[in-house]
Design a protein around this ligand. Structure first.
Ligand code: ZN
Length: 546
């Protein structure tokens, strides 16, 4: 059975693979075929099986450069695969080439494996199949199996909405961390490595993060979202949402007759649904953070209820068509990103930027493709809904897929804070943000934030109970000392620095508890009378104006 299947797969591609190419006369070998394909999509690849396929692909090409992202807690050395023609072996060479760098990431959630399998197939098609032109104008960086430990911790019940297709799948978390909530704190070894070894080292123009949905019975093979614009420059997000994704959606429909659309969920108990609502804008989600870095990103979610082979196909088609698009429009994408860099670096201070956000509908409502829900009356008289197998189009659904500022704060010309917050300075630098050290004492004019209350979130994520600071700004002056930290804002990552350091930011360092102990210490040292009179406590980061 297995042998027949393998023959069928290799036969179907042999017309392409048998032809000698500019890459040499290398032929497909069985070891280049993923475990998903070989098992008739009953299984997904283990970490070792992914590495085995990459080794086999690497054996007959000189277009592959490999690095190690991180060695995980359980000892797996996670590969980074860089494909380029001509080959390159360093970010400097990528920079010199002038080509855009596109980064494709699979498996951030260990059980969501389609991007991992699709990446292996696409690498094979680029190196030995009919996709070699995708390297003419771009450099492609793959991390097919980002959460390697989560992937290999396989069980039958880890992905209930996939109905046992494949039979076993890995766990979402990496040793207690949801890696797609760790984009600010960067606490998991994988997150720290991703920032250092991919985002800062290769500076991708576009990041594609490959997931699988968790339940909603919409009617699409795949749903997507751009990097949501928050405090950032809007150009990269707008281009992704308004130009790039619609073009890719069209080409997928035209070539493969698959329906892709906006990411979101709806409440079937409100049938027919009137609104589709997306997830969240915060930069702890990696795709959203890319907007604050003036880079583009795409969130991809294959439809969990499709059979596994269909989901891998949808993911494969999506990344292929993304790369077909970037192959043609790479220069345009680089130009938009770099223009945003220049605008942000030169934008000065004083303008209001968002620190809290509200989900908003796009101007254009959506024709939503969905499985149909039929109301029925339960024995107790209540109405419930049963899902039918019929796909229907619901017209005029409000598409909540963008965000608007609900609370704003003024962008300063710099931030300054005491030298005792070494950990904060280190975290900013880990994000690529320049941090200077004062070489003399200085009296600085600006704004202090007086904290009246530290509210704690009701939920815990990645071992954090996040903090929300309630208070107000006062114009004042402060003396800072030699050795204190000074964060200028005249650089391309100023919007990210703003989000990280603003006291009210809904996903900044204060939210991730970096100042809790300082604020609590102040509270404890205050007299009981002071506490009862609700004397505010000063947030340790001072905003510099002008
Ligand atoms: Zn996911």
């Amino acid at each position: 059975m297995r042998f027949i299947l393998f023959m069928a797969i290799s036969f179907s591609f042999s017309a392409v693979w048998a032809q000698p190419s500019s890459f040499g006369s290398a032929m497909l070998s069985e070891s280049m075929i993923s475990m998903a394909e070989r098992s008739n999509f009953e299984r997904t690849s283990t970490f070792q099986e992914v590495v085995n396929v990459i080794d086999a692909l690497d054996a007959s090409t000189d277009l592959m450069h490999r690095e190690i992202l991180v060695t995980t807690e359980e000892g797996r050395s996670v590969p980074i695969v860089v494909l380029a023609n001509p080959a390159i072996d360093s970010p400097a060479a990528a920079q010199t080439s002038g080509k855009p760098v596109i980064y494709l990431q699979g498996n951030i959630h260990g059980g969501e494996v389609e991007g991992k399998e699709a990446s292996l197939i696409l690498m094979r098609d680029i190196l030995y199949g009919d996709k070699k032109h995708l390297l003419d104008n771009q450099i492609i960086v793959f991390v097919p199996i980002y959460n390697a430990d989560g992937n290999d911790d396989m069980a039958v019940d880890s992905r209930p909405n996939q109905e046992m297709s494949p039979m076993l799948a890995g766990q979402r978390h990496a040793h207690g961390y949801d890696l797609n909530r760790d984009g600010i704190a960067l606490e998991a070894p994988e997150s720290a490595a991703l920032m250092e070894r991919v985002i800062l080292r290769w500076d991708p123009d576009l990041l594609v993060d490959l997931h699988t949905t968790n339940g909603t019975w919409h009617g699409y093979s795949l749903t997507y979202a751009p990097s949501y614009q928050t405090a950032g420059d809007g150009a990269t997000s707008n281009y992704t949402a308004d130009i790039m994704l619609p073009a890719i959606k069209e080409s997928v429909k035209g070539k493969f007759n698959l329906d892709f659309s906006w990411y979101g969920g709806f409440d079937y108990r409100d049938w027919p649904p009137k609104e589709l609502r997306t997830y969240h804008h915060a930069p702890r989600y990696l795709t959203n953070q890319m907007g604050l870095r003036n880079r583009m990103a795409i969130l991809s979610e294959t439809f969990s209820h499709d059979r596994f082979y269909k989901r891998v196909h949808a993911a494969n088609v999506f990344i292929e068509e993304i790369l077909e698009y970037t192959a043609v429009h790479g220069e345009e994408i680089r130009r938009i990103n770099r223009a945003a860099d220049e605008r942000v670096a030169a934008s000065g201070f004083g303008q209001e930027q968002g620190v809290e956000f509200e989900m908003r509908p796009l101007d254009e409502p959506l024709d939503l493709l969905s499985y149909k829900y039929i109301p029925y009356q339960k024995d107790n008289g209540e109405t419930d809904f049963v899902r039918s197998s019929e796909l229907v189009v619901i017209k005029g659904v409000l598409n909540y897929n963008r965000f608007e500022a609900a609370v704003t704060a003024k962008k300063p010309s710099a931030y300054v804070f005491s030298g005792r917050f070494e950990e904060v300075a280190q975290k900013l630098r880990q994000h690529g943000i320049p941090v200077e050290v004062l070489s003399r004492d200085r009296l600085i004019l600006g704004e202090a934030y007086m904290v009246e209350e530290v509210k704690k979130q009701s939920f815990v994520q990645n071992n954090h109970r996040n903090s929300l600071l309630i208070g107000k700004f006062v114009s004042t002056e402060r003396t800072f000392r030699t050795g204190d930290f000074y964060v200028p804002m005249n650089h391309r990552l100023a919007n990210l620095a703003f989000y990280l350091l603003e006291p009210q930011a809904d996903d900044g360092l204060a939210y991730w508890n970096f100042f809790d102990s300082a604020l609590e210490r102040e509270l404890e040292s205050g007299s009981r009378a002071e506490l009862e009179s609700l004397n505010p406590i000063e947030y340790p980061v001072f905003k510099v104006f002008p």
